[in-house]
Write a protein that binds this ligand. Structure first.
Ligand code: DQQ
Length: 539
C-alpha cells in the first residue's frame, strides 16, 4: 500500500503508468499467456493508441513488455485500435486489429510474429498487404472496427466478425477468407439489431453446459450453443443462440434488448471485453476493461487510468439461458491470512465487523441462508429497472428480507462504505426475485467521483443459500452473486477507508433475520508486475 497512490491496485493488471483501455488479442501460446491492451504511451487520457503487451505464466503475475504494435504506417498512423488473436492450425498466432488510417478511416490489418519460436512473441510484423479490409460498399469509415478471433468453418474457410453500424443499427459484419489475407464480406451480416446502435468489440464463440470446460473458437458440436457479445451503451451485452456453420446463420434464443433481463457480463463498470480459449486448462477466459469513476483531472494527477478485470472463466449455466463467470482459480494463490465463520445469525438492523484480514486487499466468500421467506415484499421484476431499484432502496433503506450483504472498503465509523447486498422479493406465481445491488453513494467523501448504484436480478432460488464473492482491491470491487450468475464491478475512491484503515462488515437491514451459513475471507497478496526494460515501477 502506497499512501501517495491509495487507489492503485495490488492484484489487478495495470501498467506502471498512463492510460489503458480495451483488452486485446488475449491468447495462450507455448506455455505463456499474452495480454495486449489499448494504451497511450504519453498520458493518462485516451490517445496515441498503441498495443501494450504483457506476458504471464499464471494470469496473475505479469511482465509488461515493449509495445507490440505501434502506429507507424498510413493504414494505422492515427491509432492501433482493438483486435484479436487467432491461433492458426499449425500453431502460429496472428493478430487482426483496427487501424485508424491517415484519413482517419477505420480499416482492418494483420500482424504476425517476427519469430514464432519466441514464446514471448516480442516482435510483431505488419503484413505487406495491409489494410486487408477497408470501408467500401456503404460501410461508414467511422463505424468499422474491432475484428474478433477468427473461426474455421467445415469448408475450411475462415470467418471473422467486425463491429459496425449499418443504417443506424448495431451490426456484426461477417468476412470469409481461404488464406487469412484476402477477405470477402458476406452479403448477410452474422447478426444485427435495430434496437441498438454501433457495436464495438464483438465476440462470438461456442459454449456448452459444463462446470469448467470451454470450447475452442472453431469447435461446433451437437450440444454447443453460441454466444454473441457486443459492446454498446457503455455495457457489454450478450445473447445466446444457435449457429449453423454451413450457412453462417445465427439464431438467438432471445435477441438483444428483447427480454426485460437484457443479459450482461457485468452490471457495473466493465466494457470492451474479450474472451479467449485457454488450451492448457481447456477453459474460456473473459477479460474486461474497468474504467475509472473519478474525474479526468484526477487521472492526470494520479498518472494512470484503467484496470483490467480479474480474468474470469466463463461457461454456459446449466439452465442454458445465461452464462456464469468465476474468477480464475489462479487468483486463489494470492490468498494469505484467513478468517472463517459458520452458522451465525444476523438479526435485522445489525452489522458486525469481520476482523483479522486486510480489508482493502481481500477476497471474501459468504453464503446466506434465509430461514423465513414468508413476508417478502411483492415485486414485478419485468416492470422495474433493477439499477433504479438499487438506488431507491439502497443499503440504508429498511426492507423485510434484506438488504443484507457486505459493507466493503468501509471506514471505522461507516462514514465511507460500499454496500454489496441482496433483497429478496416475492414475484407473481409464488416465485421469488433476488435483487443484487452495489451501492456507492457513500463510498467516498470526495465529491467529483461517479457514485451511481448498480443492480441486477440473480436467477437463484432463495430457499437455497444465496452466495456472494467480492474481490476487493483498493479502488475496485468485483462481486459475483449466485455463484457467478450476476456480476457487478464497481470503482470507488475512499479517502478514509484506505490501506489498514479499511474495514469489512456483514450487515442485515431487513426486519427478518438471516444466517451466514459460511464465510471465508482472505487477505490477498500482491501480484508481481514487472515493467519492461527494468523501467522503474510507479511512482
Ligand atoms: N476502443 C478502441 C476501439 C473500440 C473502443 C479504441 C472500445 O477499437 O471500439 O481505443 O472501447
Amino acid at each position: 500500500y502506497n499512501p501517495k497512490q491509495p487507489h492503485r491496485t495490488a492484484y489487478h493488471f495495470q501498467p506502471s503508468k498512463n492510460w489503458m483501455n480495451d483488452p486485446n488479442g488475449p491468447m495462450y501460446y507455448k506455455g505463456i499467456y499474452h495480454l495486449f491492451y489499448q494504451y497511450n504511451p504519453y498520458a493518462a487520457v485516451w490517445g496515441n493508441i498503441t498495443w501494450g503487451h504483457a506476458v504471464s505464466h499464471n494470469l496473475i503475475d505479469w511482465i509488461d513488455l515493449e509495445h507490440a504494435i505501434e502506429p507507424t504506417e498510413p493504414y494505422d498512423i492515427n491509432g492501433c485500435w482493438s483486435g484479436s488473436a487467432t491461433i492458426l492450425p499449425g500453431g502460429n498466432p496472428v493478430i487482426l486489429y483496427t487501424g485508424a488510417d491517415f484519413k482517419n478511416r477505420q480499416v482492418q490489418n494483420l500482424a504476425e510474429p517476427k519469430n514464432p519460436s519466441d514464446p514471448y512473441l516480442k516482435e510483431w510484423i505488419k503484413a505487406k498487404n495491409n489494410p486487408l479490409m477497408t470501408p467500401i460498399n456503404g460501410i461508414d469509415p467511422q463505424f468499422f472496427r474491432d475484428p474478433t478471433t477468427a473461426w474455421q468453418g467445415p469448408d475450411k474457410r475462415w470467418r471473422v466478425v467486425v463491429g459496425s453500424q449499418i443504417d443506424g443499427h448495431g451490426t456484426a459484419l461477417l468476412y470469409r477468407s481461404k488464406d487469412f489475407v484476402t477477405w470477402t464480406k458476406s452479403e448477410k451480416p452474422l447478426h444485427f439489431s435495430n434496437k441498438t446502435k454501433m457495436w464495438e468489440c464483438p465476440d462470438f464463440y461456442p459454449v456448452i453446459v459444463s462446470r469448467r470446460n470451454g470450447l475452442d473458437t472453431s469447435v461446433h458440436s451437437k450440444n454447443s450453443k453460441h454466444v454473441l457479445k457486443a459492446s454498446f451503451n457503455d455495457q457489454d451485452y450478450y445473447i445466446i443462440g444457435t449457429y449453423n456453420p454451413e450457412t453462417d446463420k445465427f439464431i438467438p434464443d432471445v435477441d438483444f434488448m428483447e427480454s426485460y433481463l437484457k443479459l450482461r457480463y457485468d452490471y457495473g463498470i466493465f466494457y470492451a471485453s474479450k474472451t479467449f480459449y485457454d488450451s492448457a486448462k481447456r477453459r474460456r477466459i473473459l477479460w474486461g476493461w474497468v474504467t475509472e469513476g473519478d474525474d479526468k483531472l484526477d487521472d492526470i494527477k494520479k498518472g494512470w487510468s484503467g484496470l483490467q478485470s480479474i480474468p474470469r472463466s466463463i461457461v454456459l449455466d446449466k439452465n442454458g439461458k445465461q452464462l456464469t463467470q468465476w474468477p480464475i482459480k489462479e487468483i486463489e494463490r494470492l490468498r494469505r491470512k484467513e478468517v472463517n465463520l459458520q452458522n451465525k445469525g444476523i438479526k435485522g438492523g445489525t452489522a458486525f465487523e469481520i476482523t483479522g484480514i486486510t480489508a482493502s486487499q481481500a477476497d471474501v466468500e459468504v453464503s446466506f441462508h434465509l430461514p423465513n421467506l414468508h413476508d417478502a415484499e411483492l415485486i414485478h421484476p419485468e416492470k422495474v429497472d433493477p439499477k433504479i431499484l438499487c438506488s431507491e432502496k439502497n443499503a440504508s433503506t429498511k426492507g423485510v428480507i434484506g438488504p443484507f450483504g457486505l459493507m466493503v472498503l468501509a471506514s471505522k465509523n461507516l462514514t465511507e462504505r460500499t454496500a454489496v447486498f441482496f433483497r429478496v422479493f416475492k414475484s407473481h406465481d409464488d416465485k421469488y426475485a433476488v435483487l443484487m445491488c452495489s451501492h456507492q453513494t457513500r463510498s467516498s467523501l470526495r465529491k467529483v467521483v461517479n457514485k451511481s448504484s448498480f443492480g441486477a436480478f440473480v436467477d437463484v432460488d432463495p430457499k437455497e443459500n444465496i452466495s456472494l464473492r467480492s474481490l476487493i482491491d483498493h479502488s475496485i470491487v468485483e462481486s459475483f452473486g449466485g455463484g457467478g450468475k450476476t456480476c457487478i464491478t464497481s470503482r470507488v475512491y475512499p479517502e478514509l477507508a484506505v490501506g489498514q484503515e479499511a474495514h469489512l462488515y456483514v450487515f442485515n437491514y431487513g426486519t427478518k433475520s438471516v444466517t451466514i451459513s459460511n464465510l471465508h475471507g482472505w487477505s490477498m497478496g500482491r501480484a508481481k508486475i514487472f515493467p519492461a526494460h527494468g523501467k522503474k515501477m510507479f511512482p
